[in-house]
Design a protein around this ligand. Structure first.
Ligand code: IMP
Ligand code: MG
Length: 176
């Protein structure tokens, strides 16, 4: 049988505890406000679904799809908008939920695009951050984990469309 056990970098339990804390911080920061949560597809779908359950504020949920990677592990250097949100964010508090900030290009492009639409505020929650690769000026307001410069998969993140269903963050080794 084919081997299918990527090495665990961040366990399900660690992720769950961290998300609980992020949800509490977001709930506190948005006291008296409501928010539009924008889940960046596809990678952030599991993180976003777990995070919103820990946010005790009135919110609406939108999805956006962007791609900067092809099927490889290196950025293509440009960002394509594959699917836009369906609401008007003018005057709204926007919380972008992303899986990982690597070079920062995807999120910087998205932030610039959304700010042109006149929101009241734009904040960013990212599950992961790889500081080694950062090339663009990006501020992560709610960060899950800072990680080493390794290609990670699982908990929504993929390699060539696979491994998204893993309940933990894993590292892809040769042979998997
Ligand atoms: P950036 O534009 O270079 O910051 O890349 C961000 C996007 O690249 C993320 O939204 C992911 O979809 C993808 N990405 C970057 N690093 C990884 C990784 O280690 N595993 C899986 N996807 C990654
Ligand atoms: Mg992504």
């Amino acid at each position: 049988m084919e081997s299918y056990t990527p090495e665990v970098m961040i366990s399900e339990e660690e992720i769950s505890l961290r998300i609980q804390a992020l949800g509490q911080a977001i709930t506190k920061d948005f006291e008296g406000e409501d928010l539009v949560v924008i889940c960046v597809l596809k990678g952030a779908f599991i993180f976003c679904s777990d995070l919103i359950k820990k946010i005790n504020r009135p919110l609406s949920l939108e999805f956006i799809a962007l791609s900067s990677y092809g099927d490889g592990t290196a950025s293509s250097g440009n960002v394509r908008l594959d699917m836009d949100i369906t609401c008007n964010v003018e005057g709204k508090n926007v919380l972008i939920v992303e899986d990982i900030v690597d070079s920062g290009l995807t999120i910087k492009t998205l932030m610039q695009m959304l700010k042109l639409r006149g929101p009241k505020s734009v904040k960013l929650a990212s599950l992961l951050f790889k500081p080694a690769k950062l090339k663009h000026d990006v501020k992560i307001d709610y960060l899950g984990f800072e990680i080493d410069d390794k290609f990670v998969i699982g908990y929504g993140l993929d390699y060539a469309g696979r491994y998204r269903e893993l309940p933990y963050i894993g590292v892809l080794n040769a042979g998997n």
